[in-house]
Design a protein around this ligand. Structure first.
Ligand code: AMP
Ligand code: ZN
Ligand code: FE
Ligand code: FE
Length: 286
C-alpha cells in the first residue's frame, strides 16, 4: 500500500533537497501524497506545488512553527495552507528579523568573550537556509573556541552557555489561530517532545484543542510502538485527527528516509482522507 508523508523539510529551511528534488524523491519513493513543512517559512510552497503537478504527486502545502512551551518543546504543523499565506508570512518575516537580531547579538557576546566570530562569517557558513546556532557553533570552532559542535553548545551557545540568548517565539495561543485564519489544519508535531505523560499530557493537548488544534502526529519517526499506541488512543479519546510523517531533512539526517523514517514508518492515505473529510465539514478547501 503506497503511503504518504506529512512532515518534511527542504533547503528553504534546514533540509538538503530543494522542494523540487523532494517532490521528485517522493514520487520515486512511491508516495501518494507529500506535505512540505519547512520550519517557520512558507517560501518553498509554490515550487513544491509546481513540482507536484510536474511529477503527478499530491502536495499538501504546510509549515512547522516552533512555539513557546512551558515543558520540553512544542512544534506545530499547519497543513493545507494557501500557496501564499499573507498574514502568516508577515508574522514569519517578523520572526526572521528577530532571529537575525538574536544571531547578531550572540556574535557580539562571543566577540566580547574574545572569540573572533562575526555574523558575516556565520551567514557564509549557513548558505541559503535558516541561520541559527548550529552555524554559530561552526564559526566558534573555526575561531578556535571549541573542538566540536557539542562543545560549542555546552560552553557558549547552549541554554546555559556564556553567550546564550533566548529566541523570540509565538505562543500556541498566537500560532494556532494564526494558522487557522489561513485555513490550515493544525497538528501538534511529535507530541512526546512536550515531555508530558498521562493526565497532564492529555490536559495540555485538550487545552491546545480549545485554541483550535485539529490533530496530533500519531505516526512519527522517533515514536516507539508504545507512543504510537498512546497517541492513537488519545486522538480517539479527544476526538482529534491523526497525522503522520518522517521529518525528513535529507543528508543532514541521513538515517531518516522520506516516507519510511528509519525503515518501519508507514503513514496510510486514510489519515489524509480523514483530514479532508473534516475540512469539507468545516467548509475549508481540500
Ligand atoms: P536556533 O534555532 O538558532 O536556536 O538553533 C536551534 C538548533 O540548535 C536546534 O535545531 C539544534 O539542531 C541545535 N541545538 C540546540 N541545542 C543544542 C545542543 N545542546 N547541542 C547541539 N545542538 C543543539
Ligand atoms: Zn529541521
Ligand atoms: Fe519539529
Ligand atoms: Fe520537522
Amino acid at each position: 500500500m503506497p503511503g504518504i508523508d506529512l512532515h518534511t523539510h527542504s533547503t528553504i529551511s534546514d533540509g538538503t533537497l530543494t522542494p523540487t528534488e523532494l517532490v521528485a524523491l517522493g514520487k520515486r519513493s512511491g508516495l501518494r501524497a507529500l506535505a512540505l513543512t519547512d520550519h517557520d517559512i512558507t517560501d518553498g510552497l509554490p515550487e513544491a506545488l509546481a513540482a507536484g503537478v510536474e511529477h503527478d504527486l499530491e502536495i499538501i502545502p504546510g509549515c512547522e512553527l516552533a512555539v513557546d512551551s512551558a515543558t520540553g518543546f512544542m512544534h506545530i504543523l499547519g497543513l493545507f495552507l494557501p500557496p501564499n499565506p499573507v498574514q502568516l508570512n508577515a508574522k514569519l518575516e517578523w520572526l526572521r528579523e528577530r532571529r537575525a537580531s538574536r544571531n547578531t547579538r550572540i556574535c557580539d557576546k562571543l566577540q566580547s568573550l574574545g572569540l573572533d566570530v562575526t555574523y558575516e562569517r556565520v551567514l557564509e557558513i549557513a548558505g541559503d537556509g535558516t541561520v541559527g546556532r548550529p552555524h554559530i557553533a561552526k564559526a566558534i570552532i573555526e575561531a578556535g573556541g571549541a573542538d566540536s559542535v557539542q562543545n560549542a553548545f555546552d560552553v557558549y551557545i547552549g541554554d546555559s552557555g556564556r553567550a546564550y540568548l533566548p529566541k523570540d517565539k509565538l505562543t500556541p495561543e498566537e500560532a494556532i489561530p494564526l494558522l487557522k485564519k489561513e485555513g490550515a489544519t493544525v497538528i501538534l508535531a511529535h507530541p512526546y517532545t512536550l515531555k508530558l505523560d498521562g493526565e497532564p499530557e492529555a490536559r495540555r493537548i485538550k487545552d491546545l484543542k480549545e485554541m483550535g488544534l485539529d490533530g496530533i502526529e500519531v505516526i512519527y519517526t522517533e515514536h516507539t510502538r508504545t507512543m504510537t499506541e498512546k497517541y492513537g488512543k488519545l486522538v480517539k479519546d479527544l476526538d482529534l485527527l491523526a497525522s503522520g510523517g518522517s521529518d525528513f531533512h535529507g543528508t543532514v539526517k541521513p538515517d531518516i528516509s522520506l516516507g519510511k523514517g528509519r525503515g518501519g514508518l508507514h503513514v496510510p492515505y486514510a489519515l489524509l482522507e480523514a483530514m479532508k473529510e473534516a475540512r469539507a465539514k468545516q467548509g475549508l478547501p481540500v
